[in-house]
Each structure stands twice: as structure tokens, then as C-alpha cells.
Design a protein around this ligand. Structure first.
Ligand code: HEC
Ligand code: HEC
Length: 306
């Protein structure tokens, strides 16, 4: 028996033990997915490898309801939605295969989705094609245009980048509408006055915490506090590049918008350096100390009279 036939038998056995209605017969016809024609044999290989590695959470039907999915938060992705969070594409468009390779190889930090670094690349690419069969979207649409990081204009000027990024974060890009503020009211007032000519005096009630937001995934999501939470898709050894990707692309299917074209490259990179400076103090006592300082300042500050 060939290795492939053996795997098919194993996969059928696994499926028979689990769930009815499972497509064990493999694929007879090629399919057009994301604008490319995928052969029946690649799809069948992908199905076999999917059953071995991914089905437990993502389910036989790709709906995220596998036998190991109960109670998992955030829940395993429902591939029938055709929505993805971490592609390097403008938020809401379909990811490219390179995105899937990066996401699946590294895993998603702080979730049940671990790093699949042991699955050989051809198998992984076949799984990726197979998971596209779960949603109609891949039959009609092509992936979004890849977002490639531009050269970092702040190289060697990290402190200046962080300063500019702090102003962009709190005044220009309104990141603090969802994520925590990382500066006191006095600073936010001055920064908005500088960029908009009028200082803001409106602040969220709990501005040093995150605001719960809606998503397409059936759960509400808490935007991360960069000084506390593991970022899902940011690989420590590619931190700046990955922060650029996620900030510019946005997070698909969630409230986090794409910033592509909305800010000049210099400001996008300044945001990257500012968020990077916050990630770097995670695990130290700096976040708590700084927050106490900001709150003490807020207690004595009031907006200047008009
Ligand atoms: C132990 C459970 C588990 C297993 C096994 C698992 N995943 Fe996941 N996967 C998750 C969870 C949980 C998420 C959602 C994370 C989130 O929403 O932030 C996810 C999300 C994803 C996403 C969406 C990424 C995005 O940008 O939205 C893809 C693609 C994915 N998994 C592929 C795979 C593949 C391929 C396999 C098998 C090689 C696999 N997963 C195995 C739990 C699992
Ligand atoms: C309308 C709400 C909203 C705004 C505005 C917003 N975000 Fe987000 N952001 C989110 C949500 C929600 C998530 C979490 C998605 C998830 O849990 O998968 C997120 C996630 C992130 C992440 C983490 C990605 C990862 O891999 O885990 C970064 C970094 C980030 N945002 C940066 C920013 C920056 C910088 C700005 C301002 C330019 C900003 N966000 C504006 C809602 C928002």
C-alpha cells in the first residue's frame, strides 16, 4: 500500500470514529480557489494532513467546532466564514499563502493555536489549499494585495520615533479609543491641541484599560494592552516588521481598522517604534509605576480655561 493510501485509510478510520458525514473519499476534480487552480491530489493530501493535525480544533466541516474546541477562548477559527485576522493584506481581504505559512508556523501567541513547525512545507501548503474549500469566498475572490514593509525611516533615531509615535497614537490615530492610553490627560490634551488646534477634554471612563469590541467571530474581543498581553501574531525575532504588518493591515474581522494609506509612512513607522517600546517593558514593574504617575497627574490636572 502506498503511503498516501495508508494515510487515507488512517484518516477515514479517525473520521469514522468521530463524526458522520465526513468527506473521506478525497477529491476527484481540481478546484479554483483564490484565483488559482488546485489539483485534486493536492486537495486530497491537504485533507489527510488536516485530519491529522487540525481537525481536533477546527472540525470536520471547518466550522471551528472540533472535538477539542469546547470552551477554547478565543475559539478556533471557523473557516466557513472566510474571515482571517492576521494576513499582511488590507483588513477584510483574503490572506495570501505566505500569510498562512507564517501564521501556522509561528502559531498565535496566547491562544490554543500552537506553532506547527514540524509539519513539512508541502503538507502545510496542501492543508492551506484544503482549508479554502470550506468557504465560498475563496471561489469568488482573490487574496488582497500583500502589504510589504517600507524601509524604516527612523533607523538610528529610536527615541525621536517613540516620541512621534506617542503623539500619533494619542492624538492623530485614536488608538486609545480601543487600546489603553499610555500617557496622562495633560499630555493627550497638549498633543491633540498641537495636531488639531484644539485640545481634547473628552476621555474614556477607564482610559488606562481596553474597550471591549465586537468582531465577526461570534465573540467580543478585548484589544490588547501592549505592556501586559502577548501579541498574537508578533514574532519576537521579527518584532518591528510584524508590528508594521499588523498596524498597517489591521486585524481582519475585528474592530481594528487598516491604517494603510491613512497616515504617512513616517507616522506608521513611528507607531511601530512606540508600540515596540511598550512591548519591551512588559514583565517589568514600569507599566504599573507609570500608570500610577499618570493617574496622580490626572488627579491634579484640569483643562485650561478657554
Ligand atoms: C488546539 C487547537 C487548535 C489546533 C489543533 C489548530 N488550531 Fe488553528 N486556531 C486555533 C485557535 C484557538 C485559533 C483562533 C485564534 C484567534 O482568534 O486569535 C486558530 C486560528 C487559526 C487560523 C486563523 C488565523 C487568522 O489570521 O485568522 C488558521 C489559518 C489556523 N488556525 C490554521 C490551523 C491549521 C492549518 C492547523 C493544523 C496544522 C490548526 N490551525 C490547528 C486553534 C487550533
Ligand atoms: C476600533 C478599535 C481599535 C482601534 C481604533 C485600534 N485597534 Fe488595535 N486592536 C483592536 C482589537 C479588537 C485587537 C485585537 C484583535 C484580536 O484579539 O485578535 C487589536 C489588536 C492590535 C494589535 C495586536 C495584534 C496581534 O498580533 O495581537 C496591535 C499591535 C494593535 N492593535 C495596534 C493598534 C494601533 C497602533 C492602533 C492605532 C493606530 C490601533 N491598534 C487602533 C482594536 C482597535
Amino acid at each position: 500500500m502506498s503511503r498516501r493510501a495508508l494515510l487515507l485509510v488512517l484518516a477515514s478510520a479517525a473520521a469514522a470514529a468521530g463524526c458522520k458525514g465526513y468527506r473521506t473519499q478525497g477529491f476527484k476534480e481540481p478546484m479554483k480557489l483564490g484565483g488559482k487552480t488546485i489539483s485534486a491530489s493536492v486537495l486530497t493530501d491537504g485533507q489527510i494532513a488536516y485530519v491529522l493535525h487540525c481537525r481536533a480544533c477546527h472540525g470536520d466541516k471547518g466550522d471551528g467546532k472540533g472535538p477539542a474546541a469546547a470552551g477554547v477562548r478565543p475559539p478556533p477559527r471557523d473557516f466557513t466564514l472566510g474571515s482571517f485576522k492576521f494576513g499582511a493584506v488590507p483588513g477584510g481581504t483574503l490572506p495570501n499563502d505566505d500569510d498562512f505559512l507564517r501564521i501556522v508556523r509561528f502559531g498565535l501567541h496566547g491562544t490554543a493555536m500552537r506553532a506547527w513547525d514540524g509539519v513539512p512545507e508541502p503538507n502545510l501548503l496542501a492543508i492551506i489549499q484544503y482549508l479554502k474549500t470550506f468557504s465560498e469566498r475563496w471561489r469568488d475572490e482573490e487574496p488582497g494585495e500583500p502589504i510589504v514593509p517600507t524601509p524604516d525611516p527612523w533607523q538610528g533615531k529610536d527615541a525621536a520615533a517613540v516620541d512621534r509615535g506617542r503623539a500619533v497614537y494619542h492624538a492623530l490615530a485614536q488608538c486609545l479609543g480601543c487600546h489603553p492610553a499610555f500617557a496622562p490627560k495633560r499630555y493627550i490634551y497638549e498633543a491633540t491641541k498641537q495636531v488639531k488646534g484644539k485640545g481634547t477634554t473628552k476621555f474614556r471612563q477607564d482610559m488606562y484599560g481596553s474597550e471591549l469590541t465586537k468582531s465577526e467571530y461570534g465573540v467580543k474581543l478585548l484589544p490588547p494592552d501592549f505592556t501586559r498581553t502577548d501579541l498574537r501574531s508578533v514574532r519576537p525575532e521579527h518584532q518591528l516588521e510584524d508590528l508594521y504588518r499588523v498596524i498597517v493591515s489591521g486585524v481582519g474581522g475585528t474592530a481594528m481598522p487598516t491604517w494603510r494609506g491613512a497616515l504617512p509612512e513616517e507616522d506608521l513607522w513611528a507607531l511601530v517604534h512606540f508600540v515596540d517600546s511598550l512591548v519591551k517593558i512588559k514583565g517589568t514593574d514600569a507599566p504599573r509605576r507609570l500608570r500610577a504617575e499618570w493617574q496622580a497627574d490626572d488627579a491634579v490636572w484640569s483643562p485650561p480655561p478657554k
